[in-house]
Design a binder for this molecule. Structure first.
Ligand SMILES: Cc1cc2nc3c(=O)[nH]c(=O)nc-3n(C[C@H](O)[C@H](O)[C@H](O)COP(=O)(O)O)c2cc1C
Length: 384
């Protein structure tokens, strides 16, 4: 009896739908077009997940896998996507929402942007398009949003800087560091000279990410040594630059507290898109942990968050907890198969969804969105 129950449970689990690519009819509509080797027309894509579908058909298997993969059994990768559906909204009605659009612009570390979301730092933009990250710089300028460039970009820092249409475009620079402090000092000088306004220090990967799917194609994580990163080192690094250093990859309220105590200006909640430590929580869960245990952190420093954001309502859920700006990684990476136009389209779509989801939820002013807008009593566990 016990055995047959176990068997039933495993069948149920195997049959459980996985939201990686939601079924919205794209296969039926565009499947035949792309089967002929044609890139699906950009105007036929209706939402962020469509870019993944289109990229999966268009990119070669190893490049697509590099973008798509998550660590180990990919539980964190899946959870990043699925966690949003576990928390239902509490939409309000009969509210004046006609001015919602005016409250979409925001500031990030004092810099003005047209929306509370940004292009997260992702390596190897050249896998999707020969112009690589140049398209992110131009697309970000066109959409008036922030782009955080990855240190492991396909294009050089000089190319990325040169792609800025005007010198006032604000970029942040993500870094991984070696133990060589002379090299680090040179890197920081180069970043300052390039005009970046902040250094985003990735802290969630002192070891290599265990990436089975990517290892199959030889495109896994390249980090061999265990990096020494401590708060003591953070202070040494901060003394080497005039730029703020934002730790990216905070995954507990404990580390959020420690970051504030160590004088950071901002923290970036992230599990690296589920690519580093399988089992790590999504940034929505971390934001909720902070909200429940130390809500003042959202007032003391700016909090950014990323992972699995695919819809306007995902952004709204993070903002409702006090997150200031939300990062989007893979959708932008996939959109780059269309070059700058694809990058622009993702921004337009997400702004449109953000405005209309907020309106449909009765939010008249995005700056006033609060945690009461979501029912946070979710079922626990990753199988729920
Ligand atoms: C292809 C790819 C490359 C990435 N490269 C970096 C990187 O160089 N540095 C970094 O801090 N994070 C990197 N990330 C993580 C992203 O910054 C971000 O945390 C993640 O993509 C957010 O999840 P999402 O893809 O579901 O939006 C990468 C993610 C992807 C998908």
């Amino acid at each position: 009896m016990r055995l047959s129950l176990l068997a039933l449970a495993s069948v149920a689990l195997a049959a459980r739908p996985f939201l990686d690519e939601p079924d919205t009819g794209i296969e039926e509509q565009l499947g035949e077009i792309v089967a002929n080797g044609t890139l699906a027309p950009l105007k036929s894509l209706v939402g962020l997940p469509d870019f993944q579908w289109s990229a999966r058909q268009f990119m070669n298997a190893s490049s697509y896998t590099y973008y798509r993969n998550g660590a180990a059994g990919e539980w964190s990768y899946r959870n990043n996507l699925e966690v949003f559906m576990r928390f239902k909204l509490r939409p309000r009605v009969l509210k004046d929402v006609t001015k919602i659009q005016d409250s979409i612009p925001t500031t990030i570390l004092g810099h003005n942007f047209s929306a509370p979301f940004f292009i997260a730092p992702c390596a190897r933009g050249g896998y999707a398009h020969p112009d690589g990250e140049v398209n992110f710089v131009k697309g970000a300028a066109a959409g008036d949003i922030l782009y955080m460039a990855s240190l492991y970009s396909s294009r050089s820092m000089d190319d990325i800087t040169a792609a800025k249409g005007n010198s006032s475009q604000v970029l942040f620079q993500q870094v991984y560091l070696t133990e060589n402090m002379t090299e680090t000092q040179q890197l920081f000088r180069k970043i300052e000279a390039a005009g970046s306004k902040a250094i985003v220090l990735t802290v969630d990967g002192p070891g290599t990410g265990i990436r089975h799917r990517a290892a199959r194609f030889g495109v896994g994580s390249a980090n061999i040594d265990l990096n020494l990163l401590t708060w003591e080192k953070y202070h040494t690094l901060s003394n080497m630059t005039s730029l703020p250093i934002i730790p990216k990859g905070i995954q507990t309220v404990d580390d959020a507290r420690e970051a504030v105590a160590n004088g950071v200006k901002a923290i970036y909640l992230s599990n690296h898109g589920g690519r580093q430590l399988d089992g790590a929580p999504s940034s929505l869960e971390v934001a909720l942990e902070i909200h429940q245990n130390e809500p003042d952190i959202f007032k003391q420093v700016e909090v950014y968050a990323d992972g699995g954001v695919r819809y306007g309502s995902d952004v709204l859920k993070l903002l409702s907890l006090g997150v200031r700006a939300v990062g989007v990684g893979r959708p932008y990476m996939f959109s780059n198969i269309y070059g700058e136009e694809g990058v622009k389209r993702v921004t337009e779509m997400l702004k449109f969804e953000l405005i209309n989801d907020a309106a449909n939820g009765g939010i008249g002013d995005l700056k006033k969105i609060g945690p009461e807008w979501v029912d946070w009593r979710a079922l626990n566990g990753w199988y729920s």
